[in-house]
Design a protein around this ligand. Structure first.
Ligand code: SAM
Length: 261
Protein backbone atom coordinates (compact mmCIF):
# COMPACT_ATOMS: atom_id res chain seq x y z
CA UNK A 1 0.00 0.00 0.00
CA UNK A 2 1.47 3.37 -1.07
CA UNK A 3 1.22 6.25 1.40
CA UNK A 4 0.76 9.61 -0.34
CA UNK A 5 3.39 12.24 0.51
CA UNK A 6 1.89 15.67 1.02
CA UNK A 7 5.26 17.39 0.48
CA UNK A 8 5.31 16.07 -3.12
CA UNK A 9 1.69 17.09 -3.80
CA UNK A 10 0.59 13.47 -4.14
CA UNK A 11 -3.15 13.28 -4.93
CA UNK A 12 -3.68 10.31 -7.20
CA UNK A 13 -6.41 10.40 -9.84
CA UNK A 14 -8.96 7.63 -9.45
CA UNK A 15 -11.98 8.84 -11.46
CA UNK A 16 -12.21 6.81 -14.69
CA UNK A 17 -14.24 9.48 -16.54
CA UNK A 18 -11.63 12.14 -15.83
CA UNK A 19 -8.80 9.80 -16.81
CA UNK A 20 -10.63 9.18 -20.11
CA UNK A 21 -11.12 12.93 -20.64
CA UNK A 22 -7.42 13.54 -20.11
CA UNK A 23 -6.26 10.95 -22.65
CA UNK A 24 -8.86 12.10 -25.17
CA UNK A 25 -7.65 15.71 -24.99
CA UNK A 26 -4.69 15.14 -27.35
CA UNK A 27 -3.49 12.63 -29.93
CA UNK A 28 -1.47 9.81 -28.40
CA UNK A 29 -1.41 7.05 -30.99
CA UNK A 30 2.08 6.78 -32.50
CA UNK A 31 3.25 9.96 -30.71
CA UNK A 32 6.05 10.45 -28.18
CA UNK A 33 4.55 11.17 -24.79
CA UNK A 34 5.98 12.71 -21.62
CA UNK A 35 4.11 12.38 -18.35
CA UNK A 36 5.07 14.60 -15.42
CA UNK A 37 4.63 13.03 -11.97
CA UNK A 38 3.08 9.66 -12.91
CA UNK A 39 2.73 8.70 -9.23
CA UNK A 40 1.13 5.26 -8.97
CA UNK A 41 0.70 5.09 -12.75
CA UNK A 42 -3.08 5.47 -13.07
CA UNK A 43 -2.88 7.99 -15.89
CA UNK A 44 0.16 6.19 -17.32
CA UNK A 45 -1.95 3.03 -17.87
CA UNK A 46 -4.65 5.02 -19.67
CA UNK A 47 -2.04 6.66 -21.91
CA UNK A 48 -0.41 3.31 -22.75
CA UNK A 49 -3.80 1.89 -23.81
CA UNK A 50 -3.79 4.51 -26.61
CA UNK A 51 -0.58 3.10 -28.15
CA UNK A 52 2.01 5.88 -27.99
CA UNK A 53 5.18 5.42 -30.04
CA UNK A 54 7.31 6.00 -26.95
CA UNK A 55 6.55 7.09 -23.42
CA UNK A 56 8.77 8.94 -20.93
CA UNK A 57 7.80 9.74 -17.36
CA UNK A 58 9.48 12.05 -14.84
CA UNK A 59 8.91 11.12 -11.20
CA UNK A 60 10.83 12.64 -8.27
CA UNK A 61 9.73 10.13 -5.62
CA UNK A 62 12.23 7.22 -5.51
CA UNK A 63 9.72 4.73 -4.05
CA UNK A 64 7.15 5.54 -6.73
CA UNK A 65 9.77 5.39 -9.48
CA UNK A 66 10.73 1.86 -8.32
CA UNK A 67 7.08 0.88 -8.16
CA UNK A 68 6.55 2.15 -11.75
CA UNK A 69 9.53 0.13 -12.91
CA UNK A 70 7.94 -3.05 -11.51
CA UNK A 71 4.52 -2.19 -12.91
CA UNK A 72 5.44 -1.15 -16.46
CA UNK A 73 8.90 -2.71 -17.09
CA UNK A 74 10.18 -1.65 -20.51
CA UNK A 75 6.89 -0.09 -21.66
CA UNK A 76 8.06 3.31 -20.38
CA UNK A 77 11.33 5.19 -19.80
CA UNK A 78 11.46 6.42 -16.23
CA UNK A 79 13.43 9.55 -15.37
CA UNK A 80 13.73 9.50 -11.59
CA UNK A 81 14.40 13.22 -11.13
CA UNK A 82 12.99 16.64 -10.35
CA UNK A 83 11.13 18.10 -13.35
CA UNK A 84 12.27 21.58 -12.32
CA UNK A 85 15.93 20.59 -12.79
CA UNK A 86 15.60 19.09 -16.26
CA UNK A 87 16.15 20.84 -19.55
CA UNK A 88 13.32 19.43 -21.66
CA UNK A 89 14.51 21.33 -24.72
CA UNK A 90 17.50 18.95 -24.87
CA UNK A 91 15.82 15.70 -23.81
CA UNK A 92 13.83 14.82 -26.91
CA UNK A 93 14.62 14.35 -30.57
CA UNK A 94 11.07 15.19 -31.66
CA UNK A 95 8.17 17.25 -30.34
CA UNK A 96 6.40 15.49 -27.48
CA UNK A 97 2.87 15.61 -26.09
CA UNK A 98 2.94 16.31 -22.37
CA UNK A 99 0.46 15.07 -19.78
CA UNK A 100 0.54 15.90 -16.11
CA UNK A 101 -1.65 15.88 -13.07
CA UNK A 102 0.82 18.35 -11.64
CA UNK A 103 1.93 18.59 -8.02
CA UNK A 104 -0.02 21.71 -7.03
CA UNK A 105 2.76 23.32 -4.99
CA UNK A 106 4.97 23.70 -8.07
CA UNK A 107 2.47 23.72 -10.96
CA UNK A 108 2.94 27.37 -11.95
CA UNK A 109 6.71 27.12 -11.50
CA UNK A 110 6.82 24.19 -13.96
CA UNK A 111 4.64 25.93 -16.55
CA UNK A 112 6.46 29.29 -16.31
CA UNK A 113 9.83 27.53 -16.59
CA UNK A 114 8.70 25.88 -19.84
CA UNK A 115 7.41 29.16 -21.27
CA UNK A 116 10.42 31.23 -20.26
CA UNK A 117 12.76 28.55 -21.69
CA UNK A 118 10.97 28.43 -25.07
CA UNK A 119 13.49 29.25 -27.74
CA UNK A 120 12.82 29.44 -31.47
CA UNK A 121 11.45 25.92 -31.60
CA UNK A 122 8.74 24.31 -29.53
CA UNK A 123 9.82 21.04 -27.86
CA UNK A 124 6.17 20.03 -27.35
CA UNK A 125 3.12 19.60 -29.56
CA UNK A 126 0.66 20.20 -26.73
CA UNK A 127 0.37 20.17 -22.95
CA UNK A 128 -2.56 18.58 -21.12
CA UNK A 129 -2.22 19.69 -17.52
CA UNK A 130 -4.23 19.62 -14.31
CA UNK A 131 -4.06 22.67 -12.02
CA UNK A 132 -5.81 23.94 -8.93
CA UNK A 133 -8.98 25.59 -10.32
CA UNK A 134 -7.98 28.92 -8.81
CA UNK A 135 -4.68 28.83 -10.74
CA UNK A 136 -6.35 27.65 -13.97
CA UNK A 137 -8.81 30.56 -13.67
CA UNK A 138 -5.90 32.99 -13.47
CA UNK A 139 -4.18 31.37 -16.47
CA UNK A 140 -7.23 31.77 -18.74
CA UNK A 141 -8.46 35.10 -17.30
CA UNK A 142 -9.44 37.85 -19.75
CA UNK A 143 -8.15 41.38 -19.28
CA UNK A 144 -10.38 43.80 -17.30
CA UNK A 145 -11.17 41.00 -14.82
CA UNK A 146 -9.89 40.61 -11.28
CA UNK A 147 -8.16 37.28 -12.00
CA UNK A 148 -6.13 38.69 -14.92
CA UNK A 149 -2.47 39.07 -14.02
CA UNK A 150 1.13 38.00 -14.62
CA UNK A 151 0.24 34.36 -15.05
CA UNK A 152 -2.38 35.13 -17.74
CA UNK A 153 0.06 37.37 -19.63
CA UNK A 154 3.03 34.96 -19.47
CA UNK A 155 1.03 31.82 -20.33
CA UNK A 156 -0.87 33.32 -23.29
CA UNK A 157 2.20 34.73 -25.01
CA UNK A 158 3.09 31.75 -27.22
CA UNK A 159 0.28 29.36 -26.32
CA UNK A 160 -3.39 28.91 -27.12
CA UNK A 161 -5.18 27.73 -24.00
CA UNK A 162 -8.46 25.84 -23.67
CA UNK A 163 -10.20 24.70 -20.51
CA UNK A 164 -11.36 21.09 -20.89
CA UNK A 165 -13.23 20.62 -17.61
CA UNK A 166 -13.34 21.31 -13.90
CA UNK A 167 -12.61 18.38 -11.61
CA UNK A 168 -14.10 17.78 -8.15
CA UNK A 169 -11.94 16.72 -5.16
CA UNK A 170 -13.64 13.27 -5.15
CA UNK A 171 -11.73 12.39 -8.35
CA UNK A 172 -8.51 12.09 -6.31
CA UNK A 173 -7.13 9.99 -3.48
CA UNK A 174 -6.35 11.48 -1.01
CA UNK A 175 -9.08 14.05 -1.64
CA UNK A 176 -7.65 17.60 -1.94
CA UNK A 177 -9.50 20.49 -0.27
CA UNK A 178 -9.91 22.40 -3.53
CA UNK A 179 -11.40 21.97 -7.02
CA UNK A 180 -9.11 21.39 -10.00
CA UNK A 181 -9.26 22.19 -13.73
CA UNK A 182 -7.83 20.48 -16.77
CA UNK A 183 -6.25 22.75 -19.39
CA UNK A 184 -4.97 22.13 -22.90
CA UNK A 185 -2.13 24.30 -24.26
CA UNK A 186 -0.88 24.29 -27.84
CA UNK A 187 1.60 26.50 -29.70
CA UNK A 188 0.43 29.70 -31.38
CA UNK A 189 1.51 30.15 -34.98
CA UNK A 190 1.83 33.91 -34.60
CA UNK A 191 2.95 35.82 -31.55
CA UNK A 192 4.58 39.15 -30.77
CA UNK A 193 8.35 38.83 -30.84
CA UNK A 194 10.18 39.14 -27.54
CA UNK A 195 13.94 38.46 -27.65
CA UNK A 196 14.30 37.27 -24.08
CA UNK A 197 11.16 36.01 -22.27
CA UNK A 198 12.84 36.89 -18.97
CA UNK A 199 11.96 40.49 -19.89
CA UNK A 200 8.27 39.53 -20.05
CA UNK A 201 8.62 38.22 -16.49
CA UNK A 202 10.29 41.45 -15.45
CA UNK A 203 7.81 43.82 -17.12
CA UNK A 204 4.76 41.97 -15.76
CA UNK A 205 6.34 41.80 -12.31
CA UNK A 206 6.79 45.57 -12.17
CA UNK A 207 3.32 46.30 -13.60
CA UNK A 208 1.35 43.86 -11.47
CA UNK A 209 3.33 44.55 -8.31
CA UNK A 210 0.65 46.99 -7.18
CA UNK A 211 -2.38 45.89 -9.13
CA UNK A 212 -4.80 48.36 -7.52
CA UNK A 213 -2.64 51.40 -8.30
CA UNK A 214 -2.59 53.36 -11.56
CA UNK A 215 -0.03 52.62 -14.28
CA UNK A 216 1.99 55.83 -13.73
CA UNK A 217 4.54 54.43 -11.27
CA UNK A 218 5.44 51.15 -12.99
CA UNK A 219 5.55 52.89 -16.37
CA UNK A 220 7.98 55.52 -15.03
CA UNK A 221 10.07 52.84 -13.38
CA UNK A 222 10.54 50.89 -16.64
CA UNK A 223 10.27 53.56 -19.34
CA UNK A 224 11.23 56.74 -17.56
CA UNK A 225 7.91 58.25 -18.70
CA UNK A 226 8.70 57.88 -22.44
CA UNK A 227 5.78 59.65 -24.16
CA UNK A 228 6.55 58.04 -27.54
CA UNK A 229 5.90 54.58 -26.09
CA UNK A 230 2.64 55.78 -24.53
CA UNK A 231 1.47 57.25 -27.85
CA UNK A 232 2.56 54.26 -29.90
CA UNK A 233 0.76 51.77 -27.67
CA UNK A 234 -2.12 54.14 -26.82
CA UNK A 235 -1.72 53.64 -23.10
CA UNK A 236 -3.64 55.78 -20.61
CA UNK A 237 -1.62 56.00 -17.40
CA UNK A 238 -4.76 56.51 -15.34
CA UNK A 239 -5.73 52.88 -15.99
CA UNK A 240 -4.75 49.95 -13.77
CA UNK A 241 -2.55 46.94 -14.70
CA UNK A 242 -5.55 44.67 -15.30
CA UNK A 243 -6.91 47.09 -17.97
CA UNK A 244 -4.04 46.50 -20.42
CA UNK A 245 -4.62 43.73 -22.98
CA UNK A 246 -2.31 40.76 -23.47
CA UNK A 247 -0.89 42.23 -26.67
CA UNK A 248 -0.17 45.54 -24.96
CA UNK A 249 2.04 43.72 -22.43
CA UNK A 250 3.89 41.86 -25.20
CA UNK A 251 4.39 45.11 -27.13
CA UNK A 252 5.52 46.89 -23.97
CA UNK A 253 8.10 44.16 -23.42
CA UNK A 254 9.44 44.45 -26.95
CA UNK A 255 9.60 48.26 -26.54
CA UNK A 256 11.47 47.71 -23.27
CA UNK A 257 13.98 45.52 -25.11
CA UNK A 258 14.31 48.00 -27.98
CA UNK A 259 15.06 50.89 -25.62
CA UNK A 260 17.68 48.91 -23.71
CA UNK A 261 19.58 47.80 -26.82
N1 SAM B 1 -0.17 11.36 -12.20
C1 SAM B 1 -0.55 10.73 -10.95
C2 SAM B 1 -2.05 10.57 -10.90
O1 SAM B 1 -2.71 11.35 -11.59
O2 SAM B 1 -2.56 9.74 -10.16
C3 SAM B 1 0.00 11.47 -9.73
C4 SAM B 1 -0.22 12.95 -9.67
S1 SAM B 1 0.27 13.71 -8.15
C5 SAM B 1 -0.81 15.11 -8.13
C6 SAM B 1 1.81 14.53 -8.52
C7 SAM B 1 3.00 13.59 -8.79
O3 SAM B 1 4.16 14.39 -9.10
C8 SAM B 1 3.40 12.71 -7.63
O4 SAM B 1 3.61 11.41 -8.07
C9 SAM B 1 4.70 13.33 -7.11
O5 SAM B 1 5.57 12.40 -6.48
C10 SAM B 1 5.30 13.89 -8.37
N2 SAM B 1 6.20 15.04 -8.15
C11 SAM B 1 6.12 15.99 -7.19
N3 SAM B 1 7.09 16.90 -7.34
C12 SAM B 1 7.80 16.52 -8.44
C13 SAM B 1 8.94 17.06 -9.11
N4 SAM B 1 9.53 18.18 -8.69
N5 SAM B 1 9.40 16.42 -10.21
C14 SAM B 1 8.79 15.28 -10.66
N6 SAM B 1 7.73 14.73 -10.06
C15 SAM B 1 7.22 15.33 -8.97
Amino acid sequence: MIKAKKSLGQNFLIDKNILEKIVNAANISNKTILEIGPGTGNLTSYILKKNPKKMFVIEKDNDLARNLENKFHNQITIINDDVLKLDETKLFKEEVTVFGNLPYNISTEILCKWIINLKDKFWFKSLVLMFQKEVADRIVAEFNTSKYGRLSVICNWKLNIKKICDVKPEAFLPKPKIDSSLLLFYPKKNFIKIDDPVNLEKVTKVFFNQRRKMLKKPFHQLFNGDQKVLDKLKIDLNLRPQNLSLDTYYKLTSEYERLRN
